[in-house]
Design a protein around this ligand. Structure first.
Ligand SMILES: C[S@@+](CC[C@H](N)C(=O)[O-])C[C@H]1O[C@@H](n2cnc3c(N)ncnc32)[C@H](O)[C@@H]1O
Length: 330
C-alpha cells in the first residue's frame, strides 16, 4: 500500500456509509436539518450532504482548525453547510444557527481526528516529540503539561486507570510525581521515556507503544471528554424531533457506556409489568436502531486501524419526552 493510499484510508470517515444509511430516512424531506457534532475534516458531513439533497448540516467542532478546513472542503454546498465553533453539547446553539427548534438527525463520531494526531506540534502523538499540549481547542485553559504538574498522585492514578485502562497506573503516577520535583514535564518524549521505564519488559512487547494508554488517558482528561459527553447525549436526544435520529460512534468503553445507558433509558417502558394501559409518561420515547453496538467490518478495520475499536449505536425518537420522565432522567 502506498503512502497516499494509507493517508486516504486513515482520513476515511469510520463506518461512513452505515452512518449515512441510519440518518438518511429522517433527512429525506424539505427543510431537513442534521447536526454533525464532530465535524473534523467534514467527511461524514460531506457524505450526508451528497446523499440527502434536501438537508442542511450544521457542523460543530471545538477545534478552530477543523472548522476552517472542513468549511473550505464543503464550500461547494453553499448555504447547505453551516459551521458552529463550540463543544458538541451545545446542541441548542447549533439549532439556533440553523434557525430551527429541533433537528432531524444528529451524528457524533467521538474522539480525536487523524488531522489532530498528524500535527505533531499539538502533542497528541506519543510517536513524535512535541510540547505536551493535547488541547483540541487551543483556546482551552489546561494542557497535558499543566495536569502533569498540578494533579496529585491519587488523581493521576485514577485518570490513568480509568481513562487509559493502564495496569501500571499507580506506578506511573508515583514516578511522575517523583520526577516532576526535579524536572517539569514539557515534552512528550519525557513522558514516553518515563512510562517505558515503569512497564516491565515482559509486558512491553504486547499492545504497541507502552505510552499509548497514558497518552489516551491524558487526552481524555485535558479535553474533559466524558464530562461533555454526559451532557451531550441527553441534549442530542432532546435535540431531535419525533422521527429524528441520533447516531453515535464511540471508541472507548466509558464513552460507549454513557451512550448505551441513555439510549436504554429512553427505549424502556417505565410501567410496572402487567399494567393494562401504559400511561404516556411511561412509554418508551426512543426506538433502538442497532442491536447492541455495531462494529466496523473486518475489511474496514484492516484498512483503517481507527475503525477497530468503534462501537456504533443509533436510536430514533418516538415521541417527545414526557416532562415527568425528563425530571426522572436528570
Ligand atoms: C473523530 S473526529 C471526527 C471526524 C469526522 N467525522 C470526519 O468525517 O472527518 C472528532 C472531531 O470531534 C472534535 N471534538 C471532539 N470532542 C469534541 C467536543 N466535546 N466538542 C466539539 N468537538 C469535539 C474533534 O476536535 C475532532 O475534530
Amino acid at each position: 500500500m502506498g503512502d497516499e493510499h494509507e493517508a486516504a484510508s486513515r482520513h476515511m470517515p469510520v463506518m461512513r456509509d452505515r452512518c449515512v444509511d441510519l440518518l438518511a430516512p429522517s433527512l429525506d424531506h424539505a427543510g431537513a436539518v442534521a447536526i454533525d457534532g464532530t465535524l473534523g475534516m467534514g467527511g461524514h458531513t460531506e457524505a450526508i450532504l451528497e446523499r440527502c439533497p434536501q438537508a442542511r448540516v450544521v457542523g460543530i467542532d471545538r477545534d478552530p482548525q477543523a472548522i476552517a478546513l472542513a468549511s473550505a472542503r464543503l464550500a461547494r454546498f453553499g448555504d447547505r453547510f453551516l459551521a458552529h465553533h463550540a463543544e458538541y453539547d451545545d446542541i441548542a446553539g447549533a439549532l439556533a444557527v440553523a434557525g430551527v427548534d429541533r433537528a432531524d438527525g444528529i451524528l457524533l463520531d467521538l474522539g480525536v481526528s487523524s488531522l489532530q494526531i498528524d500535527d505533531a506540534e499539538r502533542g497528541f502523538s506519543y510517536a513524535q516529540d512535541a510540547p505536551l499540549d493535547m488541547r483540541m481547542n487551543p483556546e482551552d485553559p489546561v494542557t497535558a503539561a499543566d495536569l502533569l504538574r498540578d494533579l496529585d498522585e491519587r488523581e493521576l492514578t485514577r485518570i490513568l486507570r480509568e481513562y487509559g485502562e493502564e495496569r501500571f497506573a499507580a506506578k506511573i503516577a508515583r514516578s511522575i510525581v517523583r520526577r516532576r520535583e526535579t524536572e517539569p514535564f514539557e515534552r512528550s518524549a519525557q513522558l514516553v521515556d518515563l512510562v517505558r521505564a515503569c512497564i516491565p519488559a515482559a509486558t512491553r512487547t504486547q499492545g504497541g507503544n507502552p505510552a499509548k494508554r497514558t497518552f489516551q488517558a491524558l487526552r481524555i482528561a485535558v479535553n474533559r471528554e466524558l464530562e461533555v459527553l454526559e451532557r451531550a447525549i441527553p441534549a442530542a436526544i432532546e435535540g431531535v424531533g419525533v422521527g429524528g435520529r441520533v447516531v453515535v460512534e464511540s471508541y472507548h468503553s466509558l464513552e460507549d457506556r454513557i451512550v448505551k445507558r441513555a439510549f436504554a433509558a429512553g427505549a424502556e417502558s417505565q410501567a410496572p409489568p402487567g399494567l393494562p394501559v401504559v400511561p404516556e409518561a411511561d412509554q418508551p420515547y426512543l426506538r433502538l436502531l442497532t442491536r447492541g453496538a455495531e462494529k466496523a467490518s473486518p475489511e474496514e478495520a484492516e484498512l483503517n486501524p481507527r475503525a477497530k475499536p468503534v462501537r456504533l449505536r443509533a436510536a430514533e425518537r418516538l415521541r417527545p419526552t414526557p416532562p415527568e420522565r425528563l425530571r426522572r432522567n436528570a
